[in-house]
Design a protein around this ligand. Structure first.
Ligand code: HEM
Ligand code: HEM
Length: 175
């Protein structure tokens, strides 16, 4: 019998579009990492520079659309009884991932613009490249926390995992 803790609360599910954005973004982000620029001098190839810029602009545009859609229409699937600390922690990680993804695209576009304007070496472009690279260190760390938390919730069986992940779904246990 369900305890008072979770009452008879129905687990929340993300919409099809929310799931599409979540998983689609992982594919786009994975592709971005796979085809990454290995050296600044590669940008001398104008068609590569153009492609990188269009890719990063489209990435940023989709990220903003996703963010607006998620904030306006969806709610976290954490059970209402979750501690305030845990809710804040989840929020920090989620917003942190959005922030890092945004910085990755904006710093990438800035690198391309600086290079195109003739700033091919020096403190400014090297500083922006450092920001671009540091954002990856941070986001890999956040993704590690995020995926570990998702797996932890799968073992708790509270429906958080199944609200977003289409496989290894559990019998919801919010007792
Ligand atoms: C296999 C890997 C992944 C799993 C199993 C997973 C699982 C989940 C789950 C269960 C939620 C719902 C959490 C809740 O309602 O509080 C969620 C939300 C979220 N995930 Fe993931 N995730 C994965 C990878 C990623 C990656 C790589 C990113 C970012 C690059 C990401 C970004 C987000 C964000 C930002 C949210 C909050 C909802 C939103 O605004 O879209 N996830 N994920
Ligand atoms: C969302 C789009 C982008 C993604 C996912 C991405 C991905 C990456 C990754 C994974 C790295 C390696 C980071 C590291 O070593 O820690 C990197 C480095 C770099 N990226 Fe991007 N990037 C993007 C946009 C851009 C754009 C638009 C440009 C410029 C036109 C650019 C230029 C560079 C440069 C110059 C480096 C440093 C290469 C070096 O080590 O010298 N990136 N990027």
């Amino acid at each position: 019998m369900p305890s008072e803790k979770f009452d008879l609360e129905k687990p929340r599910k993300y919409s099809f579009l929310a799931k599409f954005f979540h998983w689609g973004f992982i594919v786009i982000f994975g592709y971005g990492i796979y085809k990454q620029v290995d050296e600044l001098d590669q940008l001398a190839d104008l068609s590569l520079l153009k492609f990188e810029m269009i890719f990063a602009a489209a990435f940023l545009f989709l990220l903003i659309i996703r963010f607006i859609y998620m904030r306006r229409t969806q709610k976290s699937s954490l059970p209402t009884a979750t501690s305030q600390t845990q809710k804040y922690a989840a929020k920090i990680v989620h917003y942190g991932m959005y922030f890092c993804l945004g910085i990755i695209a904006i710093s990438g576009i800035s690198i391309g613009t600086l290079y195109w304007l003739g700033f091919k070496s020096g403190l400014i472009i090297e500083g922006v490249i450092s920001i671009h690279e540091f954002s990856f260190t941070v986001i890999y760390f956040l993704i590690l926390i995020h995926v570990s938390a998702a797996i932890y919730h799968r073992f708790l069986g509270d429906g958080v995992w199944s609200s977003m992940v289409p496989f290894w779904n559990e019998k919801i246990n919010r007792d």
